[in-house]
Design a protein around this ligand. Structure first.
Ligand SMILES: C[S@@+](CC[C@H](N)C(=O)[O-])C[C@H]1O[C@@H](n2cnc3c(N)ncnc32)[C@H](O)[C@@H]1O
Length: 229
């Protein structure tokens, strides 16, 4: 799947900021309370505080970046889709956020001097559709992470729960075929083993978390916290 085109189109076609970034459950957008719960969840896992400098990767239209910016010193927010970034600048600007467009799997999206205390990549790791692309994306973050910093890879569709998302065998089969052919509209369900291997290969500590049940996609997604060894 060409995710840049896909997410550009979402930003162009829809005026509702939640629909622009696919925040829909059972056909309806999330309540403000649930959005706040998601933000509080990220803030808690990253222990985000007023002195933190946050790198928010795959930020979409800034729906969450804007809220996160209220909990830290500054946010640099990056997304591959220029149309999402255009929406972010129009709808979710703040004095302490800087938005820009780049493919975060390619690296070089910040300057060598920029170091962040925290990195967030939320509701987006599925778009790195194979092991090497996922590993390359996490490796590309490391030069920007302060040595005692943390990386939160949150809301990742989990292979263990594939049956919960695709309850019919034929849909699971279709998922596998589409992923192999590169035309999945869902992206990749990552396994704990794959995430552990990435962490080990990159010399990172690894923590896996179930999501609190009140989060909208807790049934089939889990979270990862990574730190430099
Ligand atoms: C579902 S949206 C999530 C946006 C935001 N993180 C949130 O939670 O609301 C996924 C975003 O990932 C971005 N994305 C996908 N692949 C990317 C890549 N290689 N580099 C940067 N952004 C990417 C898309 O453009 C899209 O805006």
């Amino acid at each position: 799947m060409n995710w840049k085109e896909f997410w550009d189109r979402q930003a162009l076609l829809h005026s509702n900021p939640q629909i622009q970034v696919g925040r829909i459950k059972s056909g309806i957008t999330l309540s403000e309370q649930i959005l706040d719960d998601i933000v509080q969840h990220i803030v808690a896992k990253l222990e985000l505080g007023p002195t933190d400098r946050l790198l928010d990767l795959c930020c979409g239209n800034g729906l969450l970046s804007h809220r996160l910016s209220q909990h830290c010193q500054e946010v640099v927010a990056i997304d591959i889709s220029p149309q999402q970034i255009k929406q972010a600048k129009a709808q979710f600007a703040a004095p302490n956020i800087q938005y820009s467009a780049a493919d975060v799997s390619e690296g070089n999206y910040c300057t060598a001097e920029q170091k962040f205390t925290k990195i967030n990549l939320y509701f987006s790791f599925q778009y790195f559709e194979n092991f090497s692309k996922g590993k390359k994306t996490i490796a590309a973050m490391l030069p920007y992470l302060q040595d005692d910093g943390m990386i939160f890879i949150g809301d990742v569709p989990d292979f263990k729960y594939l049956n919960r998302y695709y309850s019919r065998a034929k849909d699971r089969f279709r998922y596998r075929v589409k992923l192999l052919l590169g035309n999945s509209d869902m992206g990749k369900f990552w396994s704990e083993g794959e995430m552990r291997r990435i962490a080990a290969d990159l010399d990172l500590t690894f923590q896996l978390f179930e999501q609190p049940a009140h989060l909208p996609y807790a049934e089939y997604r889990r979270d990862y916290l990574l730190k430099k060894n």
